[in-house]
Design a protein around this ligand. Structure first.
Ligand code: 5GP
Ligand code: ZN
Length: 106
């Protein structure tokens, strides 16, 4: 039994409203949206937070940004604008200990 909520979502143990899924990433709608469009983009691999990023994860970090940007375009947010947020640690407002990018728009 995983102790990580987003790993449980990756493993299909907890349902989500999926927006995108591929070999390395998953994107799904936030359960408590803070904007008309609020999508979370996560790596399937468990990475606790931005604090764990190092050179070995540079490609993953770049792909995460590019994917989020593509999803923003697919959701028709690119014309009106959108925001990416990554919270890190307690003082950064991070409540789920699995790296995730918030895509907020609309
Ligand atoms: P954080 O505060 O860690 O940056 O963001 C965690 C986000 O996950 C919050 O916006 C919260 O609403 C969302 N969240 C928490 N539990 C669930 C869940 O079970 N399903 C989904 N789809 N989102 C969740
Ligand atoms: Zn996890």
């Amino acid at each position: 039994m995983s102790s990580c909520l987003f790993c449980d979502i990756v493993d299909g143990k907890i349902p989500c409203e999926k927006v995108h899924g591929d070999e390395n990433f998953l994107a799904f709608r936030d359960i408590a949206p803070a904007a008309p469009q609020h999508i979370l983009v996560i790596p399937r691999q468990h990475i606790g937070s931005l604090n764990e990023l190092d050179e070995s994860l540079a490609n993953m970090a770049g792909e995460l940004l590019l994917l989020a940007r593509r999803i923003a375009a697919r959701e028709n947010l690119d014309a009106t604008g959108y925001r990416f947020v990554i919270n890190c640690g307690a003082d950064g407002g991070q409540s789920v200990g699995h790296l995730h990018l918030h895509l907020l728009g609309g």
